[in-house]
Design a protein around this ligand. Structure first.
Ligand code: GTR
Length: 418
């Protein structure tokens, strides 16, 4: 009897503990788990995962021109400051697109008007780029909802994971590109593979689009691989604006991790994208470089020497010398819609650095009249924050892009594209 009573009591207290833990996760500002910090620090002691070890830093003022003028109205932003910042990112971070002329051709190579059991139309479009006597094909796959009575809003994914995640025949389904769910919610879904533009390896810029467009010698501000992928997103957009089933004013560019960095740069360079979704984009994406938390400028430059322009290497272990930080990249999306999100176990990608970057970009969204305002403290785990044209969440779990994330992106698009 006494034993049974004690058993009940212990079950009761365990339940209480679990529910209070769940409650605190859903109501308290997110904090990195101590266990994960310890584990990651042990695995990679040369990198910092501890908040208290973040060095003090000063961010460049996003709303002050190079000549020291305060940006007090949308005109000064649009006509002066935005171009200054874009130029600094071209010169120092992602690199400049060469001005080599090229031809472009679209060819719809397959149409299935009864895809997904009749719910969608599938189109496969070859976008051929020709220059210097060579050509390259970007294979764009596109689903649009058949029940639509007007052109559909659309998500264009930059696929950095390979075609098994984006099967046009839908035999293999992946949460990374949840076409069925998006179609059911009235969204078109398009995808292209980043490697169509440029294989993800360092070969001194010979292969991919570099082989067609690059001038020699490869200058210190010439584009790297991320900029080449972003350029590919724009060539897909060139086709999308011609397709009557798509609302060209409601196209979101989406990317995960290295694809997230790319999506941000695509949105900065090409204002036809009316929304940018940067999923766990980390270093070289949304995360503030000056925090040196998780992946650093030095590490990304040595592990992926082809991603950025050569000038970016000057800032390896020298972050304070950067004339920009990543809040300024996010600001380049304003006043269009911007979604930044992170995963709680992905400390390599510095979730807090991504959030603070968004927080420090918000003054530009505000200046441009988008009614955006977010707190400096991070929201709780799994709690989406939407304010005007900016949105954020930190999802529980590891580095990935899941249906849960996509549902939040679509919730934001439902409001933003209304
Ligand atoms: C990592 C890299 C990150 C991120 C990631 C990914 O190895 O350090 O910056 O881009 O790859 O793309 O999955």
């Amino acid at each position: 009897m006494k034993f049974k009573y004690l058993l009940h009591l212990s079950v009761f207290f365990s339940l209480l503990l679990i529910s209070s833990k769940i409650l605190s996760q859903t109501t308290e500002s997110w904090q990195a788990s101590k266990l994960i910090v310890e584990k990651l620090t042990k695995d990679r002691p040369e990198f910092n995962y501890a908040e208290e070890k973040v060095p003090s830093y000063t961010l460049p003022d996003v709303l002050k021109t190079v000549d020291g003028w305060k940006v007090t109205n949308p005109d000064i932003w649009t006509n002066v400051r935005r171009s200054e910042i874009l130029e600094m990112f071209r010169k120092n971070v992602f690199g400049r697109v060469p001005e080599t002329p090229y031809q472009k051709n679209f060819k719809v190579v397959n149409i299935d008007k009864k895809a997904l059991g009749g719910a969608a139309t599938l189109k496969q479009v070859d976008i051929t780029i020709t220059a210097s006597g060579k050509s390259l094909v970007i294979h764009l796959t596109l689903f649009t909802p058949n029940k639509a009575t007007k052109p559909s809003p659309l998500f264009l994914l930059i696929d950095n994971r390979g075609p098994s995640n984006t099967d046009p025949l839908r035999k293999v389904k992946s949460e990374f590109w949840p076409v069925e769910e998006a179609i059911a919610r009235g969204y078109g879904m398009a995808v292209f593979c980043n490697s169509d533009l440029d294989p993800d390896d360092f070969d001194d810029f010979k292969n991919g689009i570099h082989g067609l467009l690059d001038k020699t010698p490869h200058t210190d501000d010439a584009w790297g691989t991320l900029a080449a992928w972003a350029w590919g997103a724009s060539r897909c957009m060139d086709y999308l604006v011609t397709d009557k089933s798509i609302d060209k004013d409601k196209v979101a560019v989406v990317g995960h991790s290295r694809g997230g960095k790319t999506a941000l740069w695509a949105g900065a360079e090409d204002t036809r994208f009316s929304m940018v979704v940067a999923n766990e984009s980390g270093a070289g994406g949304a995360a503030l470089a000056r925090r040196r938390f998780g992946e650093t400028v030095g590490r990304i430059n040595s592990a992926f020497p082809h991603w950025f322009c050569t000038n970016y290497k000057k800032y390896s272990n020298n972050e304070d010398a950067l004339p920009v930080d990543m809040h300024m990249l996010l600001a380049l999306v304003a006043p269009r819609a911007l979604y930044v999100d992170c995963a709680s176990e992905d400390l390599w990608g510095d979730p807090r650095g991504c959030y603070l970057s968004l927080y420090n970009a918000v003054p530009v969204f505000k200046l441009l009249g988008t009614n955006s305002d977010i707190q400096e403290t991070m929201p709780p785990l799994n709690k989406q924050v939407i304010s005007g044209k900016v949105a954020f969440h930190i999802r529980d779990g590891v580095h990935n892009m899941l249906l849960k994330d996509w549902n939040w992106f679509m919730d934001f698009a439902d409001i933003s594209f209304r």
